[in-house]
Structure formats: C-alpha cells, structure tokens
Design a protein around this ligand. Structure first.
Ligand SMILES: O=C(O)CCC(=O)C(=O)O
Ligand SMILES: [Fe+2]
Length: 199
C-alpha cells in the first residue's frame, strides 16, 4: 500500500482546535485563486499557506515557493504549534516543516493527478491532514500511467507520503458535500506540511 495511513486520526477536539488556529491564519493570509502556468486557467481549489515558504502558482511564473502572500505581500503566518507537533510525531524527520499549503475545496472542486515535485529536496515526507467534508482521493504510482485507486479521506485523517512513495501521483476526484459538520460553511480543508530546502 503506497502511502501510510495513520492508525489514529485527529480526534474531534483536536480537529476543532486546529480549525480555530487555521481561522486566524486565514484571517491574516486570505485564500486566493491559483491559476495554471501559461494558460492562466483558474483552479477550482482556493489556496493560502503558513510557514516560512508557501506554494504558489500563477500564469506568469508557474509553480513555485515564495516567502510572501501573492496578494497582500505579507510573510505567511507561522505554522500552528499543533501541526509542528504532529510533524514531529509522524514525519520521522529531524528538521521542522517549512511550508504548509492550505487548500479549500468547496462543493464541486477537483484537483488533477499530479506529484508534489516543486521542492528542492524529497528527503522529508509530505504530511497531509484533512478537515471537513470527505474527499475521494485518487492515488497512483510513480508514473502517470500506473493504475490508480480511490481512498476516502475523512475529517481528521493524516496521510504520509514518504520514502519511496514521496513522489507518487495523486489527486482529488471530488468532495462529498455535507459529509462533515466540522465547518459550518461546509467544504474541505487539506493541509500539506513539507520541507522545501535541504535540512
Ligand atoms: O487535498 C488533498 O488531499 C491533496 C492536496 C494535494 O495533493 C496538494 O495540494 O498538492
Ligand atoms: Fe499534491
């Protein structure tokens, strides 16, 4: 099974504390609409980041990491402690995460099959946390042609892509609207904690 699903997911109180911390992160660094390199086509997912570096994309400069928000020009807020501690418990890596991408999926949002490959190093895993509505997550292999399968990611689920699975293809087929009552506004938040530079 490529991708390690933790036996224990974040319990409801932990999900609520994390969401409360994220609300203040998002107040300081609002979601923006990312656009595809070259075509400028808007993505359906909305994004922001916390950490010393944030993942961005736009028509002119494409996929990259930057230390500031593309619209406010402000540095990204720090990664909430709860997430840094989670990383320390599960990542098996001696240096802290540098980037935490925050994705918001409203009803109808998808994300195409891709690899997380914009980092300078793949030595650390990617740690992913899901909150809110269930996602139909698609997971493949190391090449785009490999067979894929579907995993349902529920609120509180923590998934780790590391070691030989660090560069597997994955994406989001759809969100199951109304499947969680964690967020009154509905939808799903996914957090991905990453190292960007060598430790
Ligand atoms: O939403 C997810 O579970 C995955 C997000 C993702 O793959 C990404 O942001 O690179
Ligand atoms: Fe990804």
């Amino acid at each position: 099974m490529p991708v390690k699903h933790l036996q224990q997911k974040l319990d409801r109180p932990a999900q609520e504390s994390l969401l409360a911390e994220l609300r203040s992160v998002i107040a300081a660094a609002p979601f923006y609409t990312p656009t595809m390199p070259r075509t400028g086509k808007p993505m359906s997912v909305r994004m922001t980041n916390c950490g010393s570096l944030g993942w961005l994309t736009d028509k002119a400069k494409g996929y990259r990491y930057e230390p500031v928000h593309p619209e406010t020009g402000e540095p990204w807020p720090p990664i909430p402690d709860l997430l840094v501690k989670l990383w320390e418990e599960v990542a098996g890596f001696d240096a802290p995460p540098e980037a935490c991408l925050i994705n918001y999926y409203a009803k109808g949002t998808k994300m195409g099959l891709h690899r997380d490959e914009d980092e300078q190093t793949f030595e650390a895993p990617v740690v992913s946390v899901s909150l809110g509505d269930t996602a139909m997550f698609r997971i493949g292999g190391l090449t785009r042609k490999d067979p894929t399968r579907r995993i349902e990611l529920e609120s509180g689920d923590v998934v780790i892509f590391g070691g030989e699975d660090r560069l597997i293809y994955h994406g989001i087929d759809r969100i199951v609207a109304g499947s969680s009552d964690l967020m009154p506004e509905g939808g799903r938040i996914n957090l991905t904690l990453r190292r960007v530079t060598p430790a």
